[in-house]
Write a protein that binds this ligand. Structure first.
Ligand code: ATP
Length: 572
C-alpha cells in the first residue's frame, strides 16, 4: 500500500468506526469499543517492543492495575468522578511501571522478557490471593464514572453511545500522542536505542533514563486502556493482569507488525475478530486461533500493516595548539589475574594525532575503552582539561567532548547517513521533553549533522541508507557521527580496518584534516598509515608502554624493533 492509499484506507476505517453505532447493534458497538481499547493497549506495548526494542511480557500488569484502581475508587453506591478517577488510574499504572522499570530495565534480551513476566505474575497474585480486589472473583464497578463538571454534564458514560465515542476519542488521542512522541527528539532516541543502544551511549545519551521514560509512558497508556476496559464491562478480575493477557497483547503487536501504530490497531481488530469467529464455530477455537497465528506469521512476516564541523566550532581554531585535552596517569586494568593495562600514562593534545601501536593483545582496546568510559580502570586517574573524570560514564564523557569510534563498524544501518549524524548531533541538545518538535526538522541538529557529513567527506550521500554503502564509506560515517557530537577528543579504534588501499588513502587524508582542531588517539595496525599521519606514537606490549615518542624515534628504537621482531618470530 502506498502512503496515499493507506491514508484513504485509514480514513475509510475511521469513518466506519464513527458511523458504526448508527447502523450496528449495541452488541457489535461494544465489540468495536473493545477493539479500540485493546488497540490503545497494543499501541502502548508497541512503543516498547516495536520502537524501543524492549519485549515486555508483563504488560497486562499495568492494564490490570489501572482497572483495579478505578474499581477500588468507585464507592459502593455512587459513581466515581471521571476527572479524578481517570488520571489517578493512569498515574497508578505509570507509577507501577516506573518502579518496576527501575529493576527490569537493568536486564536485557531473554532476561528482560522473563523478569517483566515475573513482576506481572507478582501483581497478578497480589490481586488473586488477597481480599484487596475481591480475590479470584474480582470486583464489580456498580457505577460508571461521572463526567459532571461543576453541575454541567458534558456526556454520560452510562449512555452506550456516549461511552462508545469516549473510547473512540481516547483511541485517537493516544494514536496522536504516540505519533507526536515518535517524531519528537525523544522518540528518535528510542528508535536509536532499538537499533544500537551501545552506540547511543557513546553518543552521549543516558539510555537508561530514556528507556525508563518510555516504559513509564507505555505503562500509563496501558493503564488508560485498562481503565476504559473496566468501565466498559463493569467488572475487574485478576485475569486482567494474567500472562495470557500479556501474551494476547504481544500477539496483537506481532500480528500487526512491530513498530507500526496502525498495525497495532489492526492486530487488535484481527485478534478480537478471529476470537469471535472461532468461538462461534467450535469449542476448540484456540486450536484454530493458534493455526491462524502460525499462518499469519509465516505468510506476513512483517505483520498485517507491512505491505509491500563547521560554524559551531568557530572559536576552536583560535585556541593554543599545545593544549592537553585528555590525560591518563597510572592507568591500570586487571581482568582477574591478567594485567591488560599496567601503569599507562598517555596525553592527548589538541592538534596532535597520537597513534597507539602494539601487537595483538597488547592492551590497546582496553586503553581506549578506559579513556572513553566503556571500562572503568582498576587504578589511575583520567583527566579532561585538567579535571578528574575517572568516575564519569561513557555517555557523560561523550557529553563533555570525548567521542569514540569502534573497531567494528557501529552505525545504525537502516537509517540514512543524515539520520545517523542527526541523531548523533541531537545528543548535544536532546530536548526529550519537547514532544511537539519534529526531530527530523530540528535546524541546529540537522545543520551540525550536515557539517559533520561534509567534514568527513560524505557530501552528496546524505540520503543513502547507511547499511547499503561501501565498507569505507561506513567507516567515514562512523567518524562523521563522532564529529556530529562536537567532540574535541576523537578516540578512533582501527578506522582503517578492512579497507582497500584507495579507501585507506582517503581516510589518512581525512585524519590529517581532522587533527587540526582536535586531539586524536588512533589505534591502528596499518604501520604505513600510522607513520603517514601520526605526530606521536606510543607502543604498548603486554599491557605496558614500551616507548613513546616521535615517529622517527619509534622507527629507530631498538626496543620497538626487538618487540615487533620478537612477536613476528613467535607467530612464525
Ligand atoms: N573483558 C575482558 N575480560 C578478560 N580479559 C580481557 C578482556 N578484554 C581484554 N582482555 C585481555 O586483555 C588483554 C589485552 O586485550 P586488548 O583487547 O586490550 O588488546 P589489543 O591490543 O586491543 O588487541 P587487538 O589488537 O587484538 O585488538 C588480552 O590478553 C585480552 O585477552
Amino acid at each position: 500500500m502506498n502512503s496515499r492509499t493507506s491514508t484513504i484506507f485509514k480514513l475509510a476505517v475511521m469513518a466506519g468506526v464513527l458511523a458504526f453505532p448508527a447502523f450496528g447493534s449495541d452488541f457489535y458497538a461494544e465489540m468495536v469499543a473493545k477493539v479500540l481499547i485493546l488497540a490503545i493497549f497494543a499501541m502502548s506495548l508497541d512503543l516498547l517492543v516495536g520502537f524501543t526494542g524492549l519485549v515486555s511480557f508483563g504488560h497486562a500488569a499495568y492494564f490490570g492495575i489501572a482497572a483495579y484502581a478505578v474499581a477500588l475508587m468507585t464507592p459502593k453506591y455512587d459513581p466515581a468522578n471521571l476527572w479524578l478517577a481517570l488520571p489517578a488510574s493512569i498515574l497508578a499504572a505509570a507509577a507501577a511501571a516506573f518502579v518496576i522499570g527501575l529493576f527490569v530495565l537493568r536486564t536485557k534480551g531473554i532476561y528482560f522478557i522473563m523478569v517483566t513476566l515475573a513482576f506481572a505474575q507478582m501483581a497478578y497474585y497480589v490481586f488473586h490471593d488477597t481480599p484487596l480486589g475481591g480475590g479470584s472473583d474480582g470486583i464489580y464497578l456498580n457505577f460508571k464514572p461521572d463526567a459532571t463538571i461543576a453541575g454541567w454534564v458534558p456526556f454520560d458514560l452510562n449512555e452506550p453511545h456516549h461511552l462508545y465515542y469516549f473510547v473512540v476519542a481516547a483511541m485517537l488521542a493516544v494514536y496522536g500522542l504516540l505519533k507526536l512522541v515518535l517524531r519528537s527528539p525523544f522518540g528518535r532516541v528510542l528508535v536509536g536505542i532499538r537499533s544500537n543502544e551501545h552506540r547511543m551511549l557513546s553518543l552521549g545519551y543516558a539510555t537508561f533514563r530514556y528507556k525508563l521514560a518510555a516504559f513509564t509512558l507505555a505503562g500509563g497508556l496501558a493503564g488508560f486502556a485498562g481503565f476504559l476496559y473496566a468501565v466498559l464491562f463493569g467488572f475487574v478480575t485478576p485475569e486482567y493482569l494474567s500472562w495470557h493477557k500479556s501474551g494476547d497483547v504481544l500477539l496483537m503487536v506481532i500480528l500487526g507488525g512491530m513498530g507500526n501504530l496502525a498495525g497495532a490497531i489492526a492486530g487488535a481488530a484481527a485478534l478480537v475478530g478471529l476470537q469471535e469467529i472461532f468461538t462461534g464455530m467450535t469449542k476448540h477455537w484456540q486450536l484454530l486461533m493458534g493455526l491462524t497465528i502460525v499462518a499469519a506469521v509465516l505468510f506476513m512476516p512483517g505483520g498485517m500493516a507491512a505491505t509491500p564541523a563547521a560554524s559551531w566550532r568557530a572559536s576552536m581554531g583560535e585556541r593554543p595548539m599545545s593544549e592537553v585535552l585528555l590525560a591518563a596517569e597510572g592507568m591500570t586494568r586487571r581482568f582477574g589475574g591478567l594485567l591488560a593495562n599496567r601503569d599507562v600514562n598517555i596525553q592527548l593534545e589538541r592538534g596532535v594525532l597520537h597513534a597507539l601501536l602494539g601487537p595483538n593483545g597488547a592492551g590497546k582496546s582496553t586503553c581506549i575503552n578506559m579513556l572513553s568510559g566503556d571500562l572503568p580502570p582498576s587504578e589511575g586517574t583520567i583527566r579532561y582539561k585538567g579535571e578528574d573524570i575517572t568516575a564519569l560514564t561513557s555517555y557523560q564523557r561523550s557529553k563533555i567532548g570525548i567521542g569514540r569510534s569502534y573497531q567494528r563498524t557501529n552505525i545504525f544501518p537502516k537509517f540514512t547517513v543524515l539520520e545517523n549524524c542527526r541523531l548523533a548531533a541531537q545528543s548535544r541538545k536532546p530536548r526529550p521533553w519537547s514532544l511537539l518538535t519534529n526531530a527530523l526538522r530540528m535546524p541546529e541538529a540537522v545543520e551540525r549533522a550536515r557539517a559533520a557529513i561534509a567534514e568527513a567527506g560524505l557530501s552528496g550521500r546524505e540520503d543513502r541508507v547507511a547499511g547499503t554503502m561501501s565498507h569505507g564509506e561506513q567507516r567515514q560515517l562512523e567518524i562523521a557521527m563522532v564529529l556530529a557530537t562536537d567532540a574535541e577528543v576523537l578516540l578512533l579504534d582501527e578506522p582503517l580496518a578492512g579497507m582497500g588501499s584507495e579507501e585507506s588513502a582517503q581516510m589518512v587524508t581525512l585524519l590529517n584534516r581532522l587533527k587540526a582542531t582536535r586531539a586524536i588517539l588512533l589505534v591502528e595496525h596499518d604501520m604505513d598509515a600510522v607513520f603517514a599521519v601520526a605526530d606521536r606514537i606510543t607502543v604498548m606490549v603486554n599491557g605496558q608502554v614500551l616507548e613513546s615518542g616521535s615517529p622517527e624515534q619509534i622507527r629507530n628504537s631498538p626496543d620497538v624493533q626487538a618487540a615487533y621482531l620478537g612477536h613476528e618470530a613467535e607467530h612464525e
